[in-house]
Design a protein around this ligand. Sequence first.
Ligand code: ARG
Length: 753
Amino acid sequence: MSQHLLLPFVILAISPIPGALQDSALSPTEEEHEDLDCGRPEPSTRIMGGSEAQPGSWPWQVSLHQRGGHICGGSLIAPSWVLSAAHCFVTNGTLEPATEWSVLLGVHSQDGPLDSAHARAVAAILVPDNYSSVELGADLALLRLASPARLGPAVRPICLPRASHRFAHGTACWATGWGDIQEADPLPLPWALQEVELRLLGEAACQCLYSRPGPFNLTFQLLPGMLCAGYPEGRRDTCQGDSGGPLVCEEGGQWFQAGITSFGFGCGRRNRPGVFTAVAPYEAWIREQVMGSEPGPAFPTQSWEPQPGPWEPTDENCTIALPECGKAPRPGTWPWEARVMVPGSRPCHGALVSESWVLAPASCFLDPINSDLLPRDLDNWRVLLPSRPRAELVARFVPHENASWDDTSDLALLQLQTPVNLSTASRPVCLPHPEHYFLPRSRCRLARWGRGEPEPGPSTLLEAELLGGWWCHCLYGRQGESVPPPGDPPHALCPAYQEEEEAGRCWNYSHWSLLCQEEGTWFLAGISDFSSGCLRPRAFYPLQTHGPWISHVTRGAYLEDQLTWDWGPEGEETETQACPPHTEHGACGLRPEPAVMGILWPWLAEVHVAGNQVCTGILVAPGWVVAATHCVLRPGFTTVPYIEVYLGRAGASPLPQGHQVTSAPPLLCQTEGGSWVLMGMAVRGSRELFAAIGPEEAWIAQTVGEAHFLPPNGYPHWPPEGSDLCPPDLARASGSPQAALLLLLLLLPLIQG
Ligand code: ARG
C-alpha cells in the first residue's frame, strides 16, 4: 500500500471529453432518486493476479486517503455517498474523525490523475452499531461527502442490490483496487487501478474451504452477511489496500455491487478465498443512513426473478484445491530440477519455482575472483529441465541484491523465455511462506545446488530428518539467545543425515539444497554453502525469509501454506526455549531450558540390543553414540547383534515389555560454563564404580572426529562440599578400571521413537 503518496492535482488543458466534468448530464432532477442512473460505465470498454484496468472502466471506484496516502477503496453509490468497509475507519474500537479522510474520485493512476480526478472532504463516517471486528461481520461504512461528487464518464455510481437480490454461485464478478499485488508487495508506480475477475463461491463451498485448518491450524466460521469470491486454487484475490472497494457483477448490462472487500487469510492462498461483506443484506441499513438525501443510492429491481433453486445447493460439495507444486513421482527424481548452462563454467543446479522462473545460487554466476557478476550474454545461457528435450532460453537474470556479500542471500532468479507447461515431469517445487514452521523430525532430503561435478545416477537420495529448533539454533553458537518460536523464521535448519564417508566418498558438490516433505509435497526449505567438505549436520539457511523477494520478482512462484501441524509430544514447549547462557564447546553438554517434555538429558540414548536388552548410550556427536562394551557384546556372541538406538526419549517412555536395563547410568559432571561432561561409564555390575572416559579421548577423537573434548583448563569444577553433582573422590575412579567402550555409528543419526 502506498502510504505517503502525494497527489499532484494538475488540471491539464487537453481536449475535453464530451460530457466530462459536467454534472448536468446526471444532475438530480426531481422525483428521480430511485432512477439515479447507476452501474453503467462509459461504453469502451490489484489486486493479486489481476491486471491494469482501462481508465474509466470502473467509474464508481474511489480511493480513500488519510494523511495524503491511499488507505482503502470505496464505491460511489450516490453523488454524496461512498460505501466502504468499517475496518478502514475503526482502530481499537474507536471511529476515526471524518476530517482526517478525503475521497478521491475519477482517478486511474494515483501517480498522475486524469482531469476527471477530484477530491472531496468527508462530512461523516457511519458504521453499523454491531460492527466490532472484521471476522465478526458487519464490515461496512458509509461516508457522506462534504459536497457532491462531480459526476461524469469517469465518475458514476454503482447500483446496489436489494435485500432480495440473489447473485448466483459461480458468477464471474470483478474486484478492483490499488491494494498490494501480493502479500506484502505494494502496487508499483504508477499506481494504476487493478482489476481481477473473481467467482462467487457458495456459502457452503466457502465454509468448507475455511474449515480445513490452514496456517497455524486456523479455521474460520463464515457468518451471515459475508460472501466469498475467488478460487480454491488461489492466486487471484484482493489484498491489503483493496479493502472497502467493490466487488461488482453485471446483470443485464448494469453493474451491481455484490460485496465490499473485507478480509482474507493472506492473499491468493490456496483454499483461502477473499471474504467480502455482502451488500444485499444491508439494504435497510443503507437506506436508513442515507434517508433524506437526494438523490440517494439506486436499488434497481433484479431483472430476473431470483429462484431458490439449483444455484443454491444446501450441501455443496467441497472442492479443495491440492498443491500444484512439490509433487515428485519418486523422491530423487525432482521434476523441478533445473541445470543452468553458462558457457565457460560448470553447470549450475537450481530449482524451477514457477512456470517461468528458476531459482539458483547467485554464486554460480559470480566471477570467483572479484565476485562481480559474470558478463551476461543471456543469449548463450541455457536451462535444462527434466523431460524437456530442448534447452530453454533465458530472458532475464535477477540476482538477489545482497547476493555477493551475504551467504544467506546467495540467490538469483532466471526467467525462461517461454513458460513451461507444468506436467508430472516438469513442475515447480513449493516454497515456504515466512511463517512456515518445519516440524522437528520432518522428513527431508538433500539435493544438488549450485555448481558441481556431474554426478552419475539420480540426484542425491540422501535422507535426513530435521533437528528441533533448540538443537539447531544452540548448536551454532547463539548462546543465551531465545530460540525463534514457531512462526518466526528460524536462523537455520539442521538436517541430521547419514554420513557420506560411510558410502566411501564425499560428494563433489559444495552446495546443497534441503527439501522437506509435508503430506507428500516437497518444499525447498533451505540452502547451504561451502562450509567444510564432507557432509555432516550443518546448518542450512532457511529459504522462507526469501519468499517475499521470490514472489515479488516472479509474480507467480508457488508459495504454499504449511501442510503439517502435528507437533508431536514436544509441541507447546518450543515456545519458550532459550539456549544455555555460555559455552566454549559448541552445543555439547547443553540442555534445553526449560527441559523439553521430561527429556532432561538430551544426549542420553537407549541402546536396544538384540531386541530385548537396553543399555545406556551417550550421544557424543550427531552420528555417534558411546556405550559400554559389556552392555552390547555379550559372552558367546561372535558377531555384533542387531542394535537400535533411540534418542530424545530416554526416561520419557516406559520400556517395552520384556526389556531389561543392563547398565547403570553414566557419570556426568557440570563445568563452570554450564556444559555437562561425560566423565565415566559404569563398570559392569556396579552402580558406583565408573570407568573414566579421559584415557579414551584419542580413540574417540580419531573415530568420531566431531566429538567435543574439554581443554585441560576447562575441567569440571568441583561444586561446594555437600553438593551431589560429582563425587569428590571421582579422581579415584579415573584410570582404573580400564573403560571398555564401544562406539556405535548411527545409520541415520537421531532416529527417534
Ligand atoms: N483487509 C484488507 C485491507 O484492509 C483486505 C484484505 C483482503 N484480503 C484477501 N485475501 N482477499 O485492505
